[in-house]
Design a protein around this ligand. Structure first.
Ligand SMILES: [Zn+2]
Length: 353
């Protein structure tokens, strides 16, 4: 049983994490202090720039045409296109001075036969079971959360925390790497991150409050480069470096089983943040690789960016054999990829880049 103090601390840390998370890419704030966002500009066009740019609107029209009459793709188009992209609700709330939604723990949920979501309504970690142990993706905010949330969640779904062989950190923000030292120290798990984001977390972050600044960081271990593979047993995860949200944020291609059938998942750790031409090109390369691999689902460490992921998870908890809203047909997902590409391009061209 956690003490009230610990709960209060977790709450405070997560709110700060979310504020920093949104603040790192908020428009109007200039480039993020601490180098959390690549590129020299604000990262997003203004609504005026966006509306006035014929090129941007041509990309928007193309994305809308790709969605066509498919209601699911039209919903994705609506939260992916626009000057702020899928981060719009968080950024608008922040710009209006509203406090982010308080985090609450959620029950672990199997999204696929061998992939689970653990953590909060606001940020999560993922476990992938392989034939030779477990790969964790991200590790929540703190060592304490690794101990009190991730470890019990692993046990609850029948996994042994001592079998965690890798923790792959999608990008170098503390709400993703915070719990990694716990697995590095206690279970000798290998910690993988892009080289640029290892550098990022080793620099003092002027955005961090004192609790965050003093937080243990994982010791530099596996350095991921673009298109690198991490293999454990029967599972090979392919990693692409997609700068934008951080300088070394990564996209993942994760092979899973869905009701016994193989399925490829695309995970975008840095969401759709492409503040400049180079990041747009890297994003497009990662998405093209996902399309070539026949990906059929999109995940992100923060539920609610691309759709009603919390609602979809609830659906799977209540009715594990019912519809899995995370899954698209191959053709549908290929079109979703093209929508994301057009929408990202619309923001870059609207900034005149
Ligand atoms: Zn982040």
């Amino acid at each position: 049983m956690r003490s009230r103090f610990q709960l209060a601390l977790i709450f405070a840390v997560c709110v700060a994490a979310l504020q920093l998370h949104a603040g790192a890419q908020g428009r109007g704030g200039g480039p993020a202090a601490g180098g959390t966002t690549a590129g020299a500009g604000r990262g997003y066009p203004t609504p005026e720039q966006y509306a006035a740019s014929k090129d941007a609107q041509a990309h928007v029209a193309k994305a809308k045409a790709i969605a066509g009459s498919d209601a699911k793709l039209m919903a994705r188009f609506e939260n992916t296109c626009g000057p702020l992209g899928p981060q719009r609700p968080a950024l608008e709330a922040q710009n209006a001075g509203r406090k982010p939604e308080p985090p609450r723990p959620v029950e672990p949920v199997p999204i696929f036969d061998n992939l689970w979501y653990f953590g909060f309504n606001t940020v999560g970690a993922w476990a992938v079971r392989t034939s030779d142990g477990v790969i964790l993706i991200d590790a929540l905010n703190t060592v304490q959360e690794a101990e009190t949330i991730i470890e019990p969640s692993l046990r609850k779904v029948g996994l042994n925390p001592a079998d965690v062989k890798y923790v792959i950190v999608g990008h170098g923000h503390f709400d993703h790497f915070g719990g990694a030292p716990y697995f590095q120290d206690k279970y000798k798990a290998r910690i993988a991150m892009s080289g640029l984001d290892w550098d990022l977390i080793e620099r003092p972050n002027p955005n961090a409050n004192p609790a965050q600044a003093n937080r243990p960081r994982p010791r530099r271990d596996l350095v991921i480069t673009d298109d690198q593979k991490v293999t454990l047993g029967d599972t090979t995860i392919t990693l692409r470096v997609t700068p934008g949200h951080t300088v070394g944020a990564m996209a993942f291609l994760i092979p899973v089983k869905h009701r016994g059938q193989p399925l490829t998942v695309l995970m975008l750790s840095g969401a759709n943040i492409t503040p400049d031409r180079a990041s747009l090109e890297a994003f497009h390369r990662a998405l093209d690789a996902a399309k070539a691999a026949g990906a059929q689902a999109l995940l992100n460490g923060h539920p609610g960016l691309f759709g009603d992921e919390l609602g979809w998870m609830d659906g799977l908890r209540k009715n594990p054999g019912g519809p899995n809203e995370f899954v698209y047909t191959r053709d549908q997902f290929a079109r979703f990829i093209d929508i994301m590409k057009e929408c990202a391009a619309s923001r870059v061209v609207a900034m005149g880049l």
